[in-house]
Design a protein around this ligand. Sequence first.
Ligand SMILES: [Fe+2]
Length: 243
Amino acid sequence: MDATEVVLRIKNQLVTRQLHRQLRMRNEHLEAQVRLRTKIVEQTQLDLLARLTLASEYRHDATGGHAWRVGRMAMLLAELKGLPADQVDMIKKAAPLHDVGKVGLLDAVILKTGPYDAADWEAMKQHTKIGSRLLSDSRAPLLMMAREIALTHHERWDGAGYHSIKEEQIPLTGRIVALADAFDVMTHPRSYKPTMTLSQARTEIEQEAGKQFDPELSALCLKLIDREGEKLLSHVGPLQLVA
Ligand SMILES: [Fe+2]
């Protein structure tokens, strides 16, 4: 054995090992940086969407928290429907934006306290198209889903909704949020209608299954009302949804 060669080889091996270690540590550091930056970008997106929702709530929500309760209800319905976890999470975040188009409505319509006439309802319908325009042209899946919901959350299963599409022509997200939105409107005060109790809302959904609402989702909604009861009416804030 040549001692000089052995020493040289060991030295080379140690240098190689040292370089490998440095490379691995550098890669781990870079991966951690990428994860952190991705998290910041995602959080910024959610923060901005939450603030956009709050801005539109200032304009039209007398009950406070409607958008966030709809987000929670839509999430629970999507979960019961068996959607994958990432879709459930996305609908929870996208559904609160369903009425964002109301920022573009005239004060005379949005701030009216008396009952709505036919012209008021016609003007009110525009909020779905305005919302869709506000959220269009994004490649972010969350915004694409939010746009779909904004446009279709007033469709009816029987085709008598805002844009006259029916049954499964209406995207599933729109059908889910239609139910979640209607349930929250039924159970909270509005100037144009009396507030229902939980059991009255339950009866209304049962009667409207297959007419206003997707029958399968209606059955899931009744199940949810029976399971969660008054908890469905409790307040939920934006940060609870965004976190
Ligand atoms: Fe709406």
